[in-house]
Design a protein. Structure first.
Length: 138
């Protein structure tokens, strides 16, 4: 059972953005602070429209919300399935995961390297910075 009425829930859901999210902006700032530039955003010609794409390096970074993309780490509480309206949420979230897997596979087959940064990774900024640096260094 949802704790708020349908109209309020609808308004909340309409405000959720798919691009230019706080986690994405934070990752872009980390990338810039590491001295990397020349990346492209949300390239529609690439599978999955990576949040950050380094065309020359053939590297793509996706910044995933733990809920929307169902972070598989059991320690991540944001990746849990909702308890209400599972008949709606389960298929929707499974479609997101299948779409992600297909996009990653297409990118890898095209010679790209893919990094997924989960929203909860932002809580450990030092580790995340090292992870991004290692990914972009090669």
């Amino acid at each position: 059972m949802d704790r708020i009425d349908a109209e309020r829930r609808s308004e909340n859901m309409k405000r959720i953005r798919s691009i230019e999210t706080r986690p994405e902006l934070h990752v872009r700032k980390l990338v810039r602070n590491l001295g990397y530039s020349g990346y492209r955003l949300h390239r529609k010609d690439l599978p999955g429209k990576p949040d950050i794409a380094f065309i020359g390096r053939r590297k793509a970074i996706f910044v995933h919300g733990c809920f929307w993309h169902q972070h598989p780490d059991p320690r991540c509480l944001d990746g849990r399935l909702p308890k209400s309206r599972q008949e709606y949420w389960l298929p929707k979230l499974e479609r997101n995961q299948k779409r992600d897997a297909a996009a990653f596979k297409q990118l890898v087959e095209a010679g790209w390297t893919v990094l997924v940064i989960w929203e909860c990774d932002l809580r450990r900024e030092a580790e995340l910075t090292k992870k991004i640096q290692k990914f972009l260094a090669n």
